[in-house]
Design a binder for this molecule. Structure first.
Ligand code: NDP
Length: 464
């Protein structure tokens, strides 16, 4: 049985911490719900450290850390294929640059608002700190939906978005990357427009295609990193490796696809993938080539998968279990939520544990609800939280920045070896920190404390 995350903290101090977090919240702003969910998890996690060392309180670190340095919100006007003018909202949240230039992806999705980006930016600060690399935390995006748009429309939107964004970014200031809805195509258009406006060919965005300054392995980095992290976590916790084991994965985007690819490389059998409309369960293992064709070439729904593989099952969202997601009700050894936030509920967590799952690693940002995480920790299964486990993407983004600054290109093998080293280091550091603070095996607290310490110490050293 893992130790409960808050066992070592005085209940009165905890109550005070909860009250403080509540006081920060504007109850009329529902947009901020996910931001407070993320913030609460971190603040309660770091309580043992915060209460044991007065320097954090003396320097008002919590009050300073939960407020972004600045948020840019702007109008994006662009022309669609019918020559109609469309209007969207663009954002960039520059959260904290104590450790280096703001760094974090851009998300293009109709669900994007200021609250979602504050949650992602806040998580990014600690995630980036865990990599050990010199990068601060930020996030951005738009409520623009690239789905169903032509390349021409996506290009028009990206150009218009960059028309405003270029004022706030730079290779030593803020270096955006991709996220949901922003892949190599979007990064290419954004980069092209930045170059046109500034006449400067510089590493201002990461996730660029390789032939104009991208790093090899950036597309694979998050998914591969998630699996490297899991391997190490299983080793530290004395569990069997992934070879020959059935794994379940959600999502069918960049992270899910490459997690599946690496699982196959290690001899595991990933049997599920999903998109926003449904889940595919293929007991013989997901057909990776078909997945790439459907989601990256044709950009269509996974429904077509079952047409090509009649032995597989397609489960539409309307048939998901109550309060749950189909993927987490299929027995597995290790589970990998890799689609989006809050996609793994308490009911899902219970089903996973009941069916014998020994390990859950978060590829997406905050995919598990707080009560699901609590259940995993209480059940004593290995749980790799997003900010540690999916840091491989941003780590390779930082390696892309190094390569751009040096005007160099590293081989696939070199970047892969660096990525593996970084993921092993993150996992070991998180496990050791959890041990040090009396919550052995609790990677949530270990990650929050280790990340917080690095950022907070830099903030103190830099003064106000
Ligand atoms: P993609 O856009 O490539 O893929 C997202 C996947 O999630 C798609 O399968 C999409 O389905 C599905 N999805 C999106 N929104 C929802 C929703 N509301 N309900 C159900 N399914 C949904 O994104 P990525 O793979 O890049 O990112 C996935 C997650 O990983 C995100 O949480 C992101 O923040 C996180 N992440 C990504 C990193 C990266 O390097 N790309 C780095 C670190 C974290 P559909 O095809 O139907 O839209």
């Amino acid at each position: 049985m893992k130790q409960n995350r808050l066992a070592s903290v005085d209940q009165k101090d905890l109550e005070r911490a909860r009250k403080y977090i509540k006081s920060l919240r504007n109850p009329n702003c529902r947009e901020d719900d996910v931001f407070f969910q993320a913030m609460e998890e971190v603040l309660l996690s770091i309580a043992p450290l915060y209460l044991s060392d007065p320097k954090y309180k003396e320097n008002a670190i919590v009050q300073r850390l939960v407020k972004p340095d600045r948020i840019f919100k702007f109008k994006v006007e662009w022309m669609d294929r019918n020559n109609q003018i469309q209007v969207n909202t663009g954002y960039r949240v520059q959260f904290n640059n104590a450790l280096g230039p703001y760094k974090g992806g851009l998300r293009f999705h109709p669900s994007v608002n200021e609250g979602v980006l504050k949650f992602l930016g806040f998580e990014q600060i600690l995630k980036n700190a865990l990599t050990g690399l010199p990068i601060g935390g930020g996030k951005g995006g738009s409520d623009f939906d690239p789905k169903g748009k032509t390349d021409f429309e996506v290009m028009n939107f990206c150009s218009a978005y960059m028309q405003e964004l270029h004022k706030y970014i730079g290779p030593r200031i803020d270096v955006p990357a991709g996220d949901i809805g922003v892949g190599a195509r979007e990064i290419g258009y954004l980069f092209g427009q930045y170059k046109k406006i500034t006449s400067s060919y510089e590493g201002v965005l990461t996730g660029k295609p390789f032939f104009f300054g991208g790093s090899l392995m950036r597309p694979e980095a998050t998914g591969y990193g998630v699996v490297y992290f899991t391997e190490k976590m299983l080793e530290i916790e004395g569990k069997k490796p992934l070879e020959g084991k059935v794994c379940t994965v959600s999502g069918s985007g960049n992270v899910a696809l490459h997690a599946i690819e690496k699982l196959y490389a290690l001899g595991a059998v990933p049997v599920t993938c999903s998109d926003s409309k449904g889940t595919v369960y293929d007991p013989r293992g997901v057909d990776l080539d078909l997945l790439k064709e459907l989601k990256f070439e044709k950009r269509v729904s996974l429904e077509e998968y079952a047409g090509k593989h009649p032995e597989s099952q397609y489960i539409p969202v309307s048939e998901y279990p109550k309060d749950g997601h189909a993927a987490w009700h299929i027995p597995c050894y290790a589970a990998f939520p890799c689609a989006t936030q809050n996609e793994l509920s308490l009911a899902d967590a219970k089903a996973l544990v009941k069916n014998g799952c020994v390990s859950v690693t978060e590829g997406a940002n905050m995919p598990s609800t707080p009560d699901a995480i609590h259940y995993f920790l209480e059940s004593g299964i290995c749980f790799g939280p997003a900010k540690a486990a999916n840091a491989g993407g941003v780590a390779v983004s930082a390696l892309e920045m190094s390569q751009n600054a040096q005007m160099m290109r590293w081989s696939f093998e070199k970047v892969d070896a660096e990525l593996k080293d970084i993921m092993v280091h993150i996992c070991t550091n998180v496990a050791q920190t959890a041990d040090e603070y009396g919550v052995t095996g609790n990677y949530v607290d270990g990650a929050n404390i280790a990340g917080f310490k690095r950022v907070a110490d830099a903030m103190i050293a830099e003064g106000i």
